[in-house]
Write a protein that binds this ligand. Structure first.
Ligand code: NAD
Length: 360
């Protein structure tokens, strides 16, 4: 029977990458019935909404979606569509593997890390108070009265909620995922020494959860600033990383850098009974429609989707095909060539074709 999957092409380079990923996934032979749904600029023009209700309904119905990146307009007051999807569907776990593939030029080899980022709260909760607004002044007054600390009157304020319940579920998710994949260690990353009531709570809660896994998974913790340095010096010391939302976002790009760039870093947003798969990178608007950018991150997100659908054999074959094309280094996009101006670089579509040829 065919799997039903919602396909959201997205904005910028999204549609061309989504098409490449769709063709590669189909080439594995797994039967998928795609339901197309829009979100982002295209949806805004056609329906007046960046995230139309039918798109959310489609994901809820099919329980699985593959999504291209969506542009977030900066400073216009409305939140990221990507964050809105994660919140609306309670996709609380963001999973981002960072794995070295042979042939990718990087300062590091043999990286095999897994980031588990909490997706639903922290500074990403979207609770913000604009500078100068009456409610902001009122809040500043309340905080000053309650804490006896001064806040400058011309401040904007973003709220950072971190709860025991959300931390417990993400920590459990990280440990269970680690067990499932045969991983050895989970490292929690916080700034618990400074933000005692938020990051401190995250760490305390993660420690509690870790007790249930004693003897099966090692638990460690480190401060996020120290982690940034250690990842650059000794990434091999880490296995699974468990992070609150914002640090997870920032370190995800560092991870992508460790394995050779955003073009090859896939991801998944997972909830209790549904999941949306998407690359770590964004919509790179300047490359829109040029058939230039690397489809690997989106294709590998599709590979993660196949695993979620329990199509492990197809996922293995797809990953191997991607790996072989990258290792051969012929039919790869500009970012995987020794110099970015290399005239032998192929386009998005041609790299996907090469991967499909390997699957035949
Ligand atoms: P970006 O990831 O879109 O691009 C930054 C740079 O990375 C590009 O200019 C390009 O040089 C490189 N790059 C990205 N993807 C690549 C690929 N597939 N192949 C080769 N090179 C690639 O980041 P940005 O410019 O900061 O963001 C653009 C827009 O995307 C913003 O509106 C942002 O909010 C949004 N965004 C969306 C998502 C998402 O949909 N989940 C994630 C991140 C950013």
């Amino acid at each position: 029977m065919a799997h039903k999957v919602t396909l959201i092409p997205g904005d910028g380079i999204g549609p061309e990458l989504a098409d490449a990923a769709k063709r590669c996934i189909e080439a594995t032979g797994v039967k998928i019935e795609w339901e197309h749904a829009d979100a982002g600029e295209e949806a805004l023009q056609q329906t007046g909404s960046l995230l139309p209700e039918p798109t959310l309904e489609s994901i809820k119905r099919n329980k699985v979606a593959l999504k291209g990146p969506i542009t977030t307009p900066i400073g216009t007051g409305f939140r990221s569509v990507n964050v809105a999807i994660r919140h609306a569907l309670d996709l609380y776990a963001c999973v981002r593997p960072a794995k070295s593939y042979k042939g990718v030029r990087s300062r590091y080899q043999d990286i095999d890390l897994l980031i588990v980022r909490e997706n639903s709260e922290d500074l990403y909760a979207g609770i913000e108070f604009e500078e100068g607004k009456p409610e902001t002044k009122e809040l500043i007054g309340q905080i000053e009265a309650g804490s006896k600390k001064k806040i400058r009157p011309d401040s904007g304020i973003s709220i950072k909620p971190i709860s025991i319940s959300a931390t417990t579920r993400i920590a459990k998710f990280a440990f269970e995922y680690a067990l499932k994949l045969g991983r050895k260690k989970v490292t929690a990353v916080t700034k618990a020494n400074i933000m005692k009531f938020t990051d401190g709570l995250f760490l305390k809660t993660a420690r509690e959860v870790a007790k249930q896994y004693e003897g099966r998974i090692i638990f460690e913790d480190t401060l996020v600033d120290n982690m940034a340095m250690q990842l650059v010096q000794k990434p091999e010391n880490f296995d699974v990383l468990l992070l609150p939302n914002l640090y997870g976002d920032i370190l995800s790009d560092l991870f992508a850098g460790l394995i050779g760039g955003l073009g090859i870093a896939p991801g998944a947003n997972i909830g209790d009974n549904m999941a949306v798969f998407e690359a770590v990178h964004g919509s790179a608007p300047k490359y829109k429609g040029l058939n230039k950018t690397n489809p690997t991150a989106m294709i590998l997100s599709g590979m993660l989707m196949l695993r979620y659908l329990k199509e492990d054999q197809a996922a293995d074959r797809l990953e191997q095909a991607v790996q072989d094309v990258i290792a051969e280094g012929r039919f790869v996009t500009y970012d995987l060539k020794p110099v970015r101006t290399d005239p032998s670089a192929v386009g998005t579509k041609e790299m996907a074709d090469a991967i499909i040829n390997k699957l035949k």
